[in-house]
Write a protein of this length. Sequence first.
Length: 94
Amino acid sequence: MSQISTEALGGRHCVSITKAYEEVIEFIAAGTSPRSMMNFQASDEVKERMVDLTYREKTTGLSLEEKAELDHYLRLEHLMRLAQVRARQDVANA
């Protein structure tokens, strides 16, 4: 599978973002249903990275690369939440 450029995001951070995107890509590629969309959750590894970045953003600050990484996570999380809301509506209307 494709990787996010380490030049754009910096070293080890690339792995975490790739992991988050890979999880969503695999979920979508496997075929989704409204119920599976409602139940989708990121892995513990991805959740822990988001918590760490969010905490450090509020306390000590982030490097530009880390800020870009957090922004990617937040966009991806927002997209998945919108999809989950739509899935709940589909289930409620079924």
